[in-house]
Design a protein around this ligand. Structure first.
Ligand code: PLP
Length: 405
């Protein structure tokens, strides 16, 4: 059987989205990776058992399977596609983005260790490291985003991980990834980046020396608001121990989710390029609208992370945040008047979504507590879908004009 080499980084985004990491010859010559709906695998005889176990004990075996908690061919196909998109050796598909973060932290943060995390990140991630890991005697220091002096000053002998998002949630701050990786390397620390907002179309951080890339694949990678999944990508040396940990703790994904993800990934390049383009137009429109106080989008020249984003990213992404004049009431009126975006907590899919940050993501805090977290009552996050920019802009315009003071 002849096999052509698999599609690699030399190809452009849409070619890679469709073909990266795939096997040219799939089971029964199927064009598409099939769904292997099985919980276990069989062996022809004991010699095959012994051969499998011996190979398995030497390290991860890519194409042979024993039991569903340790691997599945449909999941493996999705993992291979994502690893290739991230320019790295291997990837794990976890049950959700939070599961991907939790397993990475559990594996690499022993009791008594310390993690440093930049502020302005997904609130549940901060709750995981600040509140939950405390139960296992893991401590955490939160440093201001982009303050590398504070980051280095926070490093202690027991520090194990430097963690950040890029761009961050909800203010789209952009990390200097090369500098972050260099600090991690110099201090012998694991660098972990949540790149949900950037996607491997806009940024491949492992090229800059980052150790682990995390995604909520629920967002852009899946891309259709119909699945929950997480990704952990990196070298075999770093990621295989996490795979072993998940094999014991059990929070795996499933073959139907992996199939949907493989299907969604085929349009990743197309979707993200359109979302980059539309978000830029929307951000420029909003920045000039009299009912808008401020817009945060890395593609705007006055955004604090614009310069570094322009240097290290191939596109500025599909999420932006804005504050609307008229406080909480004005922002509610604006959201209620929108006809196209749904009010919803997610992002990265085909449908545009709008989120009132204080009322949805911080609903348990009062306005003063929200402000302490940097969240005013008129902050709105807009996740651009793949609808036409002209339609979205017209809708945003009518919704902003409907605000009554
Ligand atoms: C940046 C970021 N990381 C992680 C997560 C968690 O992902 P999941 O919802 O798939 O667990 C989210 C979810 O919104 C997110 O925005």
């Amino acid at each position: 059987m002849t096999t052509k080499p698999s599609i690699t980084a030399k190809y452009l985004p849409s070619t890679r989205s469709v073909h990266a990491g795939e096997k040219r010859v799939k089971p029964v010559n199927s064009l598409v990776d099939p769904v292997f709906q099985t919980s276990s695998y069989t062996f022809e005889n004991m010699a095959a058992v012994v051969a499998y176990q011996e190979a398995h004990n030497r390290g991860h075996v890519a194409d042979e399977f024993e039991y569903g908690r340790y691997g599945n061919p449909t999941i493996a196909a999705a993992e291979a596609r994502i690893a290739a998109l991230e320019h790295t050796e291997t990837a794990i598909l976890a049950a959700s983005g939070m599961a991907a973060l939790a397993y990475t932290f559990i594996q690499y943060l022993p009791g008594g260790s310390h993690i440093i995390i930049t502020n302005d990140s997904y609130r549940r991630t901060r709750q995981l490291v600040e509140d939950h890991l405390k139960k296992y005697n893991v401590t955490c220091t939160v440093v201001p985003f982009g303050d590398f002096s504070a980051l280095e000053a926070a490093i202690r002998p027991e520090t194990r991980i430097l963690f950040s998002e890029t761009p961050s949630n909800p203010y789209l701050r952009v990390l200097d990834v090369e500098r972050f990786a260099e600090i991690g390397r110099r201090h012998g620390l694991l660098t972990v980046l949540d790149c949900t907002f950037s996607t491997p179309i806009n940024l491949t951080p492992l090229d800059y020396g980052i150790d682990v890339v995390i995604h909520s694949a629920t967002k852009y990678l899946g891309g259709h608001n119909d699945l929950l999944a997480g990704v952990i990508a990196g070298s075999h040396k770093v990621v295989d121990p996490i795979r072993g940990c998940i094999g014991i703790l059990g929070g795996i994904s499933d073959p139907n989710t992996a199939y949907l993800l493989l299907r969604g990934l085929k349009t990743l390049g197309l979707r993200v390029q359109q979302q980059n383009h539309t978000a830029q137009q929307v951000a420029e429109f909003l920045a000039n609208h009299p009912a808008v106080e401020r817009v945060w989008y890395p593609g705007l020249a006055n955004h604090p992370g614009h310069e570094i984003a322009a240097k290290q990213m191939k596109g500025f992404g599909g999420v932006l945040s804005l504050t609307v004049k008229g406080g909480r009431q004005g922002s509610f009126q604006f959201i209620d008047a929108l006809e196209i975006p749904f009010i919803s907590a997610s992002l990265g899919g085909t449908e545009s979504l709008v989120l009132h940050v204080a009322a949805q993501a911080y609903s348990d805090l009062n306005p003063e507590q929200c402000l302490k977290e940097g969240i005013p009552q008129n902050l709105v996050r807009l996740a651009i879908g793949i609808e036409d920019a002209e339609d979205l802009i017209a809708d945003l315009n009518q919704a902003l004009n409907s605000i009554q003071s």
